[in-house]
Design a protein around this ligand. Structure first.
Ligand SMILES: [Zn+2]
Ligand SMILES: [Zn+2]
Ligand SMILES: [Zn+2]
Length: 246
């Protein structure tokens, strides 16, 4: 599928852009065992699978990869994903197990926010959870035509305000209420979809959306025009899909 290939290329470009602009801090390891003993696991039912089940090992492997990699895009495609697919082939075919894993990463993200932990732990956890959802929709349920790479990139490089509001909508508990109260007055920011843009984060209200698909956002008309050749094909895929959905 051409569109997915393009999406991956795009994720890589955005990763390179962010790498150039931001220092990646040393990643502090996250103890899953310790977290399972906490009073609230934020909607993640960790004992749905026994502790020695591959699903738990899968999460440990991803957390370990977070600490090793310099860019989350490496985990979405390339070698890290291939290794996980090779190691746990059954999980990748099972929407229920994958959704359970996605739920674990939402909870890990919440925990990282509450403990004021590593910035990359919460951003990566949220992006990983979203990516698993998209993988299930695109590859298993075939309910969407492509991975929504603009959203993934936006989450990887999102600020704390965006991460907290994303997580808050996905948990049944009130554990993020006080963190949300601290950030809710800050402006909502988005990521310009043009990989050559230097304005990485801009206020959402000031962004230009692609008229065709409404899935890509830009800081200016110039960036939108500059990205059109790259986006044209992907835009068509979403437009055609939306036409059939109506
Ligand atoms: Zn909670
Ligand atoms: Zn731009
Ligand atoms: Zn578009």
């Amino acid at each position: 599928m051409v569109s997915r290939k393009k999406a991956k290329g795009k994720a890589r470009k955005a990763a390179a852009k962010a790498k150039a602009g931001e220092e990646f801090a040393a990643f502090k390891p996250f103890s899953l065992t310790q977290f399972k003993k906490s009073s609230c696991t934020h909607g993640w039912i960790h004992d749905e699978y026994a502790d020695n089940h591959d699903c738990h090992k899968f999460i440990e492997s991803v957390l370990e990869a977070f600490g090793r990699t310099k860019s989350i895009s490496d985990i979405f495609d390339t070698a890290e994903k291939a290794a996980l697919q090779h190691k746990y082939p059954e999980i990748w075919k099972d929407p229920a197990k994958l959704e359970w894993i996605a739920s674990a990463f939402v909870s890990i993200g919440v925990e990282a926010i509450i403990r004021e932990g590593d910035k990359y732990l919460y951003a990566y956890s949220v992006a990983y959870s979203e990516w698993i959802h998209q993988y299930v929709a695109c590859e298993l349920h075939k309910s969407v035509p492509a991975v929504y790479s603009a959203r993934l990139n936006e989450l990887i490089y999102a600020d704390k305000r965006r991460i907290i509001s994303y997580l808050k909508k996905r948990i049944p508990c009130s554990c993020l209420n006080s963190s949300y109260n601290v950030v809710k007055h800050l402006p909502k920011k988005g990521l310009c979809c043009f990989s050559g843009c230097s304005h990485i984060k801009i206020e959402l209200g000031r962004m230009w959306s692609c008229e065709g698909c409404r899935r890509e956002h830009y800081c200016s008309e110039t960036c939108q025009a500059a990205n059109w050749l790259h986006h044209r094909e992907g835009c068509k895929v979403w437009r055609e899909w939306e036409a059939t959905e109506d």
